[in-house]
Design a protein around this ligand. Sequence first.
Ligand code: BJ8
Length: 427
Amino acid sequence: MSEAPVDYHPMWEELGLDLDAHDMLLAAIPQLYAAAYLTQAKRPEGMAYFDFVMSEIHGLRIKELRDHQAAGGKVIGSFCLYVPEEIIRALGGLSVGLCAGAEFAYDEVERIMPRNTCALIKSFMGFKLAKVCPYLEASDLVVGETTCDGKKKAYELLGEMAPVYVVELPQMKNPGDLAFWRSEIDRLVAKLEEVTGRELTAENLAAAIKEVNDKRRALQRLNAARAADPAPISGKDALLAVQVAFYDDVPRFTQMVNKVADELEARVAANTGATPAGTPRVLVTGTPMAVPNWKVHDIIEKAGAVVVSEELCTGRRYYSKLVAEDRTTVDGMLDAVAEKYLDINCACFTPNPGRAEDIIRLAKEYKADGIVDYTLQSCGPYQIESSLVERAAQQAGFPVLRIDTDYSMEDIGQLSTRVEAFLEMLK
Ligand code: BJ8
């Protein structure tokens, strides 16, 4: 006998969500998910866990966060890869990526910020103004960062509605910038110690570094299998795993991803895949894709190709580098945290040559036939960097398709036509 579904409305009400608006949002996600995910053939069995996570995205996981808070722990939200989850975890906090992947309450948003702000920023402001993101409402603190100008200014507005603390990121990666960033990490530690009421020690930090590295190692394993032809998993499923990494329970997530990786390695050994051998292979690069933004992967894969790697913050930029585990003091470990995080190739840095180098290396390693460069409209850093990406790709002999879009569904027909023409050319 199946159990009756849990009614989470009392929990959402306690969090101060707008229940009607939130019900409307929750009604839309299963349809989107089913159309993108449940129509796929030959999915790894281990993806059933991710189906479950998505079905409980605002339910069970939020309950876990609330239980954690009831036991004295804190929940710390963020919107960017530069916020070190190892430190949050060491202090007994749970780190969660906040809602930023769907259009919501744009009318209200456009009353307080320009219409031509990128979809990611408009989305998180909309979720806050409409009170429909339980992760944000459950956060004891939101840690922002000075990456692009839009986010910097949006955090000022968000700070009027929620507790926000902003870490200052340098714009370059010279030794002086690393020293400055390291001092910002100290400032963040002090703030998080104050919020959590705990002290950072060599023991709790070493344990957190190891746990988060294990999570990244599991994702590395899953993704390494995608170099095979036939690809053992769709790009959409691989993208989902990284999206979920931002808010799921860390040890459970690691275990589940390793389970999928076992299955993928067995598929590779047996020469079987999620798509037939010879399917056109695409590498996607660009701006992050937060749940439920599966638009570009969905278009590419429904057009008959397979995405084999993501040079994205919801992709390799998240899991490809680890924090060094060889330090024994808190200071040494924080140095390692600072070094690892400053090494992320975000277009908000200048110059940012590591990104184009990574794209080309990955395209070769994953035997991509072409590259899709995806940028959100009004995202200056990534849109401008597109020229550099295109030049590097052309020099290396990879065709590139530039997609400039937002979270709406209005351009799906037009994008599908362009992607189909691109795939035709790859053949
Ligand atoms: S580390 S990519 S998550 S800043 S899309 S808000 S850049 S205007 S999201 Fe990002 Fe951190 Fe960099 Fe990654 Fe601004 Fe562009 Fe919008 Fe963006």
